[in-house]
Design a protein around this ligand. Structure first.
Ligand SMILES: [Zn+2]
Length: 748
């Protein structure tokens, strides 16, 4: 493997390989990127952020539409062919909401975020959404309250051992440790009638740092809005799965839309949550349930709570900005680059910190075009609307243009909210080398070394710290060596999902962050321009670095005559995933055997404290042998095919004729689409990628080889065997294509 590792200069040598006929002046890639960098102006980006974050900009708000028009006008003034594409999507907005404790000592939750002096909230809150999560059910319920910690599957197991059932109850869960929407979904599956989600100060409040306006963390009356649509089934408009939500699209009835939850749900602040939690009796919460509020946490039940929400379930219009610069040499090969422009309130960090970087790239590329340069491939810059409610704008665009995108797109490059600090990326792993090459060439604003070098330093320091995890140690070891840094897999949580997981178009998501503890104003009204410029990225130095990073990826994809993938990285990574699944199955088998022994011996009863009794857990199903052999065989073949291709292209790629280079590009352009299986994943056929998916029980977090891995995790043994075969088949098709490409290089 290592012998194929390219140095940065070798990568540039490939990029500067003999070019096909082009109207562009003979500039080297490095030169082009230098001229691109010179156009990035953080002060100007700061102005765009300030303007776009000056009023609430959620879907359906006047400023959301105005921002789309603002971007369109900017793109046009920079020489792009820019239009606004609209969709009509279901998007509920709150009509009324109530959350209160009833009975002898009543209490009403605030459900509003008060203004902070000197902050945008002081003067621009008109039209802002109150405490709200989109796509929960309407309802009016009164019931006792139970505290369910993060509301994840293990939390319900812990409650079961305490003898606590949530059937007919309202649950209160804290944010974190799993995606927001899973909390009400799992609550309703356990029979709860309502759900409250609060932000505990341990996770993003005073436990982490000073709170806004004195520091970056969440103040006492702030809450996190968000969507709870069941994106793990499918993202996008709940009424039009698989097709674009155009005006005339046929739509499901709201009652038939699987991704809308049933029970009413509201987010609250920790100032309010403290009152609710302090009224609970019942057992003291297990240690893992305890947050940082100055109370003893009990799980309940207790306190009679009234929760009522009612929404306007009409269709709303989305405004996607689509800006195109036609390629001179390969106009029918598209490089896609997107960021969303809608927020929950003002959205300075989420999404505008990434959005202004994307805009800066477009402006810089427009300036290059003014000098007579043209991109070889067509560039498509996309300003998405409706990301926050559930990736609406990107999903509907991808579904509407599926056929054309599958024929033309090379890659989709995404950004979203960023922070100050270290580079991070999740991506289709065949592009890991490309990403590493770029990070070697972008300068970190705080240290002036490359962002790649800084990340390596951080990883090595973390690995040397006391208490470093096995993962930290492994990463530190890689960072200390000459090999590329691994990129993570893509789950969900931003606009790449439809491209990667529904269409099979490879994707990269990149960002910076890690120097603000937790993003304590996330999805709150306090995610303002003032907050962002004081605490997250003063002077937008990292948004500028993001533009230099995203712009380089776009330009290298656009200009290279040879494919930018290195397939061994993908093959080795998939091999690692398969090893993990094998170990997971073994660990589950052993745990089930141990538990069965303990149950049989009555050990749980003997170990239980009679004053704080714990019931024995429900028996785990025993784990049969799982036949992963077909998949193991396909992975071995993939490793061999990838290694052979990579060696061939390294040795002979640059010397190929222009015609052969173009053929090679055509063979590898859509290779990642071979990773789709039409049958899709169990319970969720919209997700067709057999390598990457958001986890059914993690949400944003990725599950790799998901058909097999989740079957093992959830004890669906037949599915595990079936998807080992399905996944092997897509990998074999991938290897076939690589072998054909290798044959082309060798002159066959
Ligand atoms: Zn976002």
């Amino acid at each position: 493997m290592r012998r194929l590792a390219l140095s940065a200069s070798a990568a540039l040598a490939i990029l500067a390989a003999p070019a096909l006929a082009s109207a562009a002046p003979a500039a080297t890639q490095a030169d082009l990127e230098k001229r691109f960098d010179a156009q990035i102006d953080p002060a100007e980006m700061d102005g765009w952020m300030k303007a776009m974050a000056s009023a609430p900009n959620h879907v359906g708000s006047p400023h959301d539409k105005a921002n789309a028009e603002y971007m369109q006008a900017k793109f046009q003034s920079w020489g792009w062919d820019a239009r606004i594409e609209t969709f009509e999507v279901l998007y509920p907005t709150p009509l009324s909401e109530t959350l209160e404790i009833v009975g002898a000592d009543p209490f009403k939750a605030t459900l509003q975020e008060p203004p902070i002096p000197g902050d945008t909230t002081e003067h621009a809150m008109a039209g802002a959404l109150p405490a709200w999560v989109a796509f929960a059910g309407d309802g009016d319920v009164t019931a006792e309250l139970v505290y369910v910690n993060y509301g994840m599957p293990d939390d319900y197991k812990a409650l079961e051992r305490l003898g606590i059932d949530v059937k007919g109850k309202i649950v209160i869960a804290r944010y974190g440790n799993g995606w927001r929407g899973l909390k009400p979904k799992l609550a309703q599956e356990h029979g709860a009638v309502g759900c409250i989600i609060y932000s505990d100060p341990k996770d993003d409040g005073y436990w982490q740092d000073d709170v806004y306006p004195n520091g970056p963390e969440r103040p006492a009356h702030s809450f996190q809005r968000g969507s709870v649509a069941d994106m793990t089934t499918y993202p996008g408009d709940p009424l039009t799965p698989g097709v674009g939500a155009t005006r005339d699209a046929s739509r499901l009835a709201i009652a038939d839309a699987k991704t809308i939850l049933k029970i009413p749900t509201l987010p609250i602040s920790y100032a309010d949550a403290q009152v609710f939690l302090s009224r609970l009796s019942g057992p003291v919460a297990p240690a893992s349930f305890r947050g940082a509020l100055p109370i003893t946490y009990h799980v309940g039940p207790g306190a009679e709570v009234h929760l009522a929400t009612k929404a306007d379930w009409s269709l709303k219009t989305l405004y996607d900005v689509v800006a195109v610069m036609k390629g001179s040499t390969y106009p029918d090969q598209w490089v896609l680059r997107g960021n969303h422009h809608d927020g929950w309130v003002f959205g300075a960090d989420d999404p505008l910190s990434g959005n202004v970087a994307m805009m800066a790239e477009a402006k810089a590329i427009g300036a290059l075009a003014r000098t007579g340069w043209r991109p070889k491939r067509t560039l498509v810059y996309l300003g998405w609307d409706g990301e926050e409610p559930m990736l609406l704008g990107s999903t509907e665009y991808a579904e509407t243009h599926e056929a054309e995108l599958k024929t033309k797109a090379l890659i989709y490059i995404n950004t979203d909210d960023i922070g100050r600090g270290y580079f991070n990326a999740q991506a289709s792993h065949d592009f890991q080398r490309l990403i590493n090459g770029v990070t070697a060439d972008v300068t970190d604003p705080e240290t002036q070394v490359s962002v790649g070098q800084r990340l390596r330093a951080k990883l090595m320091v973390d690995a040397a710290a006391p208490g470093a995890t096995a993962h930290d140690l492994a990463m530190g070891k890689i960072a200390a060596g000459p090999a590329d840094l691994p990129v993570g897999p893509l789950g969900s949580g931003s606009d790449y999902s439809a491209f990667l997981q529904h269409l099979g178009i490879p994707a990269i998501n990149l960002g910076y962050g890690g120097e603000v503890a937790s993003g304590g104003t996330y999805h709150s009204a306090y995610d303002t321009y003032e907050y962002y410029s004081r605490f997250v990225d003063p002077g937008l130095a990292y948004s500028a670095a993001l533009a230099r990073t995203g712009g380089r990826l776009v330009l290298r994809m656009s200009q290279s005559d040879l494919p930018q993938q290195r397939f061994s990285d993908f093959a080795e990574t998939v091999g690692g995933y398969l090893d993990e699944i094998g170990k997971l199955a073994d660990a589950k088998r052993e745990a089930a055997q141990t538990q069965a022994r303990l149950l049989k011996a009555g050990a749980y009863g003997l170990a239980s404290d009679p004053r704080r009794p714990l019931l024995a857990p429900s028996a785990e199903a025993s784990v049969p042998p799982i036949d992963l052999a077909p998949l193991a065989k396909a992975v071995d073949r993939l490793k061999q095919s990838a290694k052979t291709y990579d060696a061939a292209v390294l040795a002979s790629g640059a010397g190929l004729s222009a015609d052969k280079q173009a053929k090679l590009q055509a063979m590898t352009r859509d290779i990642d689409q071979l990773l789709l299986a039409d049958v899709g994943l169990p319970f969720r056929p919209w997700y067709r990628n057999m390598i990457y998916a958001p986890g059914r029980f993690t949400g944003y977090g990725a599950k790799t080889l998901p058909g097999v891995r989740e079957a093992v995790e959830e004890g669906r043994w037949d599915d595990a065997a079936r998807y080992a075969v399905i996944t092997a088949k897509v990998l074999d098709a991938y290897s076939d294509r690589l072998d054909q490409a290798t044959a082309l290089i060798h002159g066959a």
